[in-house]
Write a protein that binds this ligand. Structure first.
Ligand SMILES: Cc1cc2nc3c(=O)[nH]c(=O)nc-3n(C[C@H](O)[C@H](O)[C@H](O)COP(=O)(O)OP(=O)(O)OC[C@H]3O[C@@H](n4cnc5c(N)ncnc54)[C@H](O)[C@@H]3O)c2cc1C
Length: 496
């Protein structure tokens, strides 16, 4: 375990080499000042990918007076906002499932496009840790050896205290330019979440419950890219999703861009910026020409695109450094949301050090009368399901869960497994950084000639639509500093 002192000591004591300081410093510099100094004339911008990052960038450039062409591999828009009808009028989410009140851009776009919302429940999950079942509603009687100051507190309450002690919180870490303090940045880049929390007094037992809540192995993740993730999960309990499916938001944005400007079914295979125009080649033979390119492709697939002249060595290393989770969601509709009657609710509603990992309750006040949940599996738990026969793996998984926890769900009316590693257009669910990988974000934010990279994974909010939107706006502003979010909102976290 690392010994981490209070933050005001860390910043002064940090043995930062000059080159490392310069590299990390770029992160704060690039994020704090995303815009170029001079406004360009009217440009034609090719936007690769019609997910939230691409559509945000396209719409903002269009509004700023430019022409855009969005080039998308699939025959649909939305990318990792991918909604699955499960019957009886209910809809599950294979990808982005929920939004929270501490996501200002997402809330703004939801309002701007008049999305109807479903409210969801957070709050009182049940944990299964080291063979014990812990009802989080029964705070006084958790049967595990928490230390004295951890007793009688929720996981969120304890986490907040440890973050404050470490010089962090769940608000300022969501600023677009966080962290501005180089010492803090370097510390979090080199540290796991578990080490960070233990240095502030967290017990092993607390970390066990923390992992049960946030997902198996969370404590082992690099702190820098995981702190904003924690701030979303624990910093706010007001949760919503879009009635009828979250992908309705990108669909509405695509309608605003205009279907004539969106080329579906075009898998980009080459980007050539050697000549006076930038040329983008698709696998179906179509070629697109423009003045600049914004790529929102995941690093998993961008690596396969032929770029001329070749990407710089640091950019190529950045693409190799990001590693992607291969999340599997086992989507289940139950006869009723029976857990509510037993006082269980939350995001997750149940979590543990078990192969079923976490159960997310999507039901909220959705109509239809059935329960709408999914098992959220990552790492080895995801791999264990993904490696089985697609025809039977979901039902077999649910049967095993019911044998272990017979009193949680009643009769099932729909069961399906969705494996993100199997989707050719992304080959993973979300990109993460290894320890020491903090430089990647600054590197990805730096344009290569007329090629600008975006996508949630190019921010510290990887795995969140808020990060996708921020990245799309950042790339659009690199093309034209006048580019703004739809409706030109004032977003406090961006300081604009
Ligand atoms: C399992 C899971 C759970 C999540 N949960 C949440 C959540 O609860 N809340 C939240 O806010 N976020 C969540 N997210 C994250 C959210 O879905 C993403 O942050 C966001 O959708 C990413 O948008 P993007 O535009 O950056 O990338 P993407 O949506 O991946 O868009 C990239 C687009 O590029 C296209 N493309 C790829 N290769 C090519 C090519 N060669 N040529 C042309 N097009 C190409 C793809 O088809 C895709 O449409 C979750 C994601 C997953 C996978």
């Amino acid at each position: 375990m690392m010994d981490i002192g209070p933050p005001h000591q860390q910043a002064g004591e940090m043995p930062l080499s000059l080159s490392r300081r310069a590299t990390l410093g770029l992160l704060t510099a690039v994020l704090a000042r995303p815009a170029l100094a001079q406004a360009p004339g009217r440009r034609h911008v090719l936007v690769l990918g019609a997910g939230m990052a691409g559509l945000t960038a396209a719409l903002s450039l269009l509004r700023a007076g430019h022409e855009v062409t969005v080039i998308e591999w699939q025959d649909r828009v939305g990318g990792r906002l991918l909604s699955l009808p499960i019957g009886a009028g209910q809809v599950s989410e294979a990808g982005g499932g929920h939004f929270r009140a501490n996501m200002p851009y997402v809330l703004h776009y939801l309002r701007q496009f008049r999305m109807p919302l479903i409210g969801l429940n957070d709050g009182l999950p049940t944990y299964h840790v080291k063979g014990r079942r812990i009802a989080s509603a029964n705070l006084a009687n958790w049967p595990i050896p928490l230390n004295a100051e951890e007793r009688g507190m929720t996981v969120a309450g304890n986490l907040w205290r440890y973050l404050i002690r470490a010089g962090l919180d769940t608000d300022t870490v969501l600023d677009a330019a966080w962290p501005r303090d180089l010492g803090m940045l370097d510390l979090l880049d080199r540290t796991t979440l578990g080490d960070l929390l233990q240095a502030q007094g967290a017990s092993e037992a607390f970390l066990d419950v923390f992992d049960a809540h946030a997902g198996t192995g969370t404590r082992g993740g690099q702190a820098l890219c995981n702190i904003p993730d924690l701030a979303y999960h624990f910093g706010d309990q007001a949760i919503v999703r879009v009635a009828g499916g979250n992908e309705r938001l990108p669909q509405a944005m695509a309608a605003a861009v205009g279907s004539a400007r969106i080329a579906l079914g075009c898998k980009v295979v080459a980007i050539d910026q050697a000549g006076p125009e930038v040329r983008v080649q698709a696998a179906n033979g179509r070629e697109f020409r423009g003045d600049a390119v914004i790529s929102t492709l995941g690093s998993t697939v961008l690596r396969d695109v032929a770029v001329t002249p070749a990407l710089s060595a640091p950019k190529q290393r950045a693409l190799e450094t990001v590693f992607w989770e291969k999340t599997v969601k086992v989507v289940v509709q139950t006869a009723t949301p029976s857990w509510l009657a037993r006082g269980m609710r939350g995001w997750p509603v149940m979590g543990g050090d078990r192969p079923w990992e976490r159960i997310i309750d999507l039901t909220g006040n959705e109509g239809g009368g059935h329960g709408n949940i999914f098992f959220y599996l990552n790492g080895d738990n995801a791999e264990a399901v993904a490696s089985q026969d697609p025809a039977t793996r979901a039902q077999a998984f649910v049967d095993r869960f019911r044998a272990e926890v017979p009193d949680f769900i009643d009769r099932t009316t729909f069961v399906e497994a969705f494996a993100w590693g199997e989707q050719p257009w992304i080959r993973g669910s979300f990109g993460l950084l290894p320890r020491g990988g903090g430089w990647v974000v600054a590197e990805c934010a730096r344009p290569e000639g007329r090629l600008h990279l975006a996508g949630d994974w190019t921010t510290l909010k990887s795995g969140w639509v808020e990060g996708a939107i921020e990245s799309g706006l950042r790339a659009a502003r690199q093309v034209d500093p006048a580019a703004r979010a739809e409706g030109n909102p004032r977003i406090r976290q961006e300081g604009l």
